[in-house]
Write a protein that binds this ligand. Sequence first.
Ligand code: FAD
Length: 500
Amino acid sequence: MLKLALVGLGASGLFCLEELAGQNVEVHVFDVGPTYNKRYPCPIDQGKLEVCPPKACSYCAPGQSAGSWNDFKVILSASPVIGGRLYDLVGEKVLQEHLDKLKRLILEHAPVNIPVVKPNQDDLDWIKQRATFAGMTYHYQELLHCGSDNAPAINTSILNQIVEKGPNIIFHWDTKVVSVARRQEKFAVISDSYRKPGAEQEELFDFCIMSVGRGGANWLTQQEFYKSLDISPGQVDIGVRVETSCYFTEEVDKRFYEPKLYYLTRRSNDVVRNFCSNPKGFVTPENHREYVLVNGHSKMYEKSENNNFAVLVSKTFTRPFKNPQQYSQHIAKVTNMLAGGGPLIQRLGDLRSGRRTKTLVNNLIKPSLEAECGDISLAYPHRILEGIVEYLDALDKICPGVAGESTLLYAPEVKSYPDSIVVSKNMETNIPNLYIIGDSSSWTRGVGQAATSGMLAGQGVGFKLKDLGPLEKKSLQPVNTKQESASNAIPVEVTINNAS
Ligand SMILES: Cc1cc2nc3c(=O)[nH]c(=O)nc-3n(C[C@H](O)[C@H](O)[C@H](O)COP(=O)(O)OP(=O)(O)OC[C@H]3O[C@@H](n4cnc5c(N)ncnc54)[C@H](O)[C@@H]3O)c2cc1C
């Protein structure tokens, strides 16, 4: 039987596995994390810890698949700008069909009834009118908000069903894939125990599916095959997490949960957007070992009086600069340095006046995350901050109060995306039988499209297996070089500034 290595079992890997379960191929799943039933939501969010441990705990470190465990908001609309770029790759119809399938699967496995959040016509008219007056563009979306509290049960139940359906699957939990290299027409995968390294093993596979997420994107670039891939540089989003009163945003929240509002800055024409709204939610640290970012989440039952959301300015770079990830990480590290190692917090009024925030004792908005008061303008480029302030001023026309003096800004909130890898409609790279899915391919930016890319790859392998006929009798295609292209790989133009 042919053998397939699936490296990473986060959002994309899980739904790829769903397609591969029961197929005529021996699937080996590698993940640095423990089995799903031993993974847990953030201990700070659960009230078990007050501050982030000095080293990243297993929540933010590899092995936790953060978005599928934290908040677990799934965008269900096939949009050209929200959640990734699969719309450009496979078109609206195919993307929507896969998102619909994902919705059915999640709802089937949810322990409670989870409503689909979708705007009605009145609300759509309401937001379109207000957004136009504010100089913003509204993008339609439907979503499922599963919540951090329901995420473990949903993921574990889906995995259990896959295990039942797939006797062809072998799991290697707590196992780090150290390297993947081409060996003739096959892939040599070297793996080792994640926690107790020193017992490396090598195995050969006919297919390899890489689903290592954003956390594994840098590792991907160090693999033997990487230089043979067709790629173009990725994008970064630099911004802040805004925390304000839920009363200022309640009109929008009750109609939409999270309306996607895009804005073009006056001077630089930069795209600024909101991301990850958490009405009545909490700001939370996101520990990446070398730097600490901020993020936000909300729960189904426990509520705060605040709303938090990210405001992000998108940037792409042209030659000769080609390391946007390092650029955003540098900004994050300088911000942490000023804050003594963690996130900085500043009142919007202080930022406008060019002074640091010294205390929040009498501030109208009480922070839901303890962070060091300071001055974000000492770490962030002026152009980025100008975009953020302009965005909030525009949003204030829709949600009066959000651009007030007491609104809190937490930094750093940065998102860097891996290089964009040219793939076929089934996520196969120009190297035959090598698939790159999820956020590490840069085609996706959220659970919905990551899961879709996984399904597409699983189906792609399925098509190949059918085409091959009696598997053992046929050999697969020979190893490719950069000049050769996968049979159905299509070069797709990189769309700038359309992040989710
Ligand atoms: C804090 C946080 C909150 C988020 N909230 C949301 C949200 O609410 N909604 C949403 O749509 N998106 C959210 N996202 C984004 C979302 O998590 C990602 O878009 C999605 O998980 C991408 O799926 P993926 O399969 O590409 O990667 P991941 O889900 O990150 O999975 C990658 C997997 O690969 C494993 N891995 C990595 N390297 C190796 C290796 N060398 N060997 C073995 N295993 C390896 C990791 O352990 C992990 O399990 C959030 C992200 C973060 C960080």
